[in-house]
Design a protein around this ligand. Structure first.
Ligand code: G6P
Length: 533
């Protein structure tokens, strides 16, 4: 099969394609006060115009502006950046579990974004989110077959929640809406919407890797999941490799037929498949970093370091991030470069994540122990080599911490993109930039060629990369940084959003009729009762 094209490039050339316009539909609620939409989902102020298209984003995690800070994760950061530009409706889970969840979304209006969210019952949370999404899909897509837990009930819960979310989204939708579904939680959502008769353009973007078919085929209900992608008009991935892996999976499972490079026909409906590397809000981050010197946490941290160099890592506490290997590499670096003892500090900022999933609980204990052991064996009375912090740090302070670091250590074992790598680069001082050490298994490695690329499983090589980065001459650091920064300026989050949506706007919607009536059969998935998982 020919290589999957990078649709981003294609879309960049298509200068004539206008970005989709958007409208704000529900404007009666104010920030901080939630409101339930009526079953029809229409508020008095809704205006419908066939010449305008509203953007509807669907994702599991929706950072409704409220008292607390939003949850960590690249997805919400990227989508916040994307929706800020165009406005629209953002639909998904509230982040709360309640005894009897309503099937009507709670709505919060904030600026040009309307947030519409549903709560989950404890059972739905356990089966759909903590279960199938994070114990089957997540580990498999991150190539961790050793951590997979397959339960029939969780699989059913996943499809049940997708069906329920589609039904609750339905009354909020209008015929001209362009729907953009995000991430592994909602793969079957479009099939459910088609079943309800929706013919809107629907795109899907996967924020995590898609593995080769030998790994992906460990997914329970693998065929049905793949078939479900056929209800989308456009399916996007971070890298051409992920997109290629995905199309090969379709071919190997005889799902529809390939009708060209990056195009597949499933149940008479054409699906485009391509790579759209997500970016950051580069200019905003550059400004935040430049202003961060005044930030109190940044100032205190600087003072606490004295004249030591700083290495920084920032990740959700997840086994895909390679934290164990990273601490080992740092330890190996100190042991093999004793002149750096007491001259460098490694700060690892790691908010806890998915702590009710057993695989995460185990890993959290192990990493904490390892950080403790490392400090115990390497540290001095006046030097803590690893500062391991399970807290979320705000964006402004992070920007400042990146800027004062000599090294950004971003070494996931597998990652869809990794926006920390991009933020670290954007935060640097142009005349004295730090060095990015980046795993070759992060999607960002495809773009950030100025980083020192490492194999995160190779402890000594990672230790060597740290030594090399700390000794790198200014001229080389500048050269590397310049080339990465040029990429970040072109591939911003705004560009990502525009390229995806203009590609989605350009797909034809032929075949939707056929799809809506043929899949899934009788409106029921064959595995929901008694079928093999
Ligand atoms: C990754 C996933 C996102 C997810 C985020 C945080 O970035 O791709 O979909 O929202 O992690 O994980 P959580 O389970 O807390 O939503």
């Amino acid at each position: 099969m020919a290589d999957i094209p990078d649709i981003t490039r294609e879309a960049q050339d298509r200068a004539a394609s206008p970005p989709l316009e958007s409208r704000v539909e529900v404007s009666e609620s104010t920030l901080g006060k939630t409101k339930r939409l009526s079953r029809t989902g229409r508020s008095r102020k809704q205006v419908s115009s066939s010449s305008q298209r509203r953007l509807v984003v669907v994702s599991n995690r929706v950072p409704v502006p409220k008292d607390g800070a939003s949850k960590a994760g690249g997805l919400t950061v990227a989508l916040e950046g994307a929706l800020k530009q165009s406005g629209g409706l953002w639909f998904g889970w509230s982040g709360d579990t309640v005894e009897s969840p309503s099937d009507q979304a709670k709505v919060v209006q904030a600026g040009n974004i309307t947030f519409a969210v549903l709560d989950l019952s404890q059972r739905d949370y356990d089966e759909y989110y903590a279960g199938f999404a994070n114990r089957a899909l997540w580990p498999i897509c991150h190539y961790r077959l050793d951590l997979v837990q397959i339960e029939r009930q969780e699989l059913d819960g996943y499809f049940r929640v997708n069906r329920a979310f589609a039904a609750s989204l339905a009354p909020l939708l209008q015929p001209e809406d362009v729907i953009w579904v995000h991430d592994y939680h909602f793969i079957p959502l479009a099939a459910e919407l088609r079943r309800l008769g929706f013919k809107n353009r629907i795109g899907f973007f996967l924020h995590i890797p898609w593995p080769p078919s030998d790994v992906a085929s460990a997914l329970p209900a693998y065929q049905q999941l793949l078939q479900g992608f056929g209800a989308y008009d456009l399916v996007g991935f971070h890298t051409p490799q992920d997109a290629e892996n995905f199309q090969r999976c379709l071919v190997r499972e005889n799902i529809g037929s390939s009708i060209g490079t990056g195009e597949h026909e499933i149940d008479g409906h054409k699906v485009r498949i391509g790579a759209f590397p997500v970016g950051i809000d580069t200019e905003t981050f550059v400004r935040a970093a430049a202003n961060a010197e005044r930030n109190a946490l940044v100032r205190r941290t600087k003072a606490s370091l004295g004249d030591r160099d700083l290495i920084i890592g920032v990740d959700r506490l997840d086994y895909s991030k390679g934290l164990k290997q990273r601490i080992e590499a740092f330890s190996c670096f100190i042991k093999s470069n004793p002149d750096f003892r007491n001259r460098v500090t490694y700060i690892q900022i790691t908010p806890k994540s998915r702590s009710d999933v057993p695989e995460y609980q185990r890993m959290q204990r192990e990493i904490a122990e390892q950080a403790g052991w490392t400090n115990g064996s390497l540290g001095e009375v006046d030097w803590t080599p690893v500062r391991y912090v399970n807290r979320t740090v705000g964006h402004a302070a992070l920007a400042g911490l990146y800027r004062m670091s000599q090294i950004g250590l971003v070494t996931p074992l597998r990652d869809g993109m990794n926006l920390v790598a991009k933020e670290f680069v954007a935060a640097q001082q142009p005349d004295d930039p730090g060095v990015l050490i980046l795993s070759r298994f992060a999607g960002a490695a495809h773009e950030l060629d100025g980083a020192i690329l490492v194999n995160p499983y190779d402890t000594e090589a990672c230790a060597g990369a740290i030594a090399r980065a700390l000794r790198m001459p200014l001229e080389e650091r500048r050269e590397r940084w310049d080339s990465m920064m040029a990429r970040l300026r072109t591939n911003s989050v705004e560009a990502w959003c525009q390229h995806f949506l203009s590609s989605l706007g350009n797909v034809s919607s032929e075949g939707l009729e056929a799809h809506a009536t043929t899949n899934p059969e009788n409106g029921r998935y064959p595995f929901s009762e008694g079928a093999p998982a």
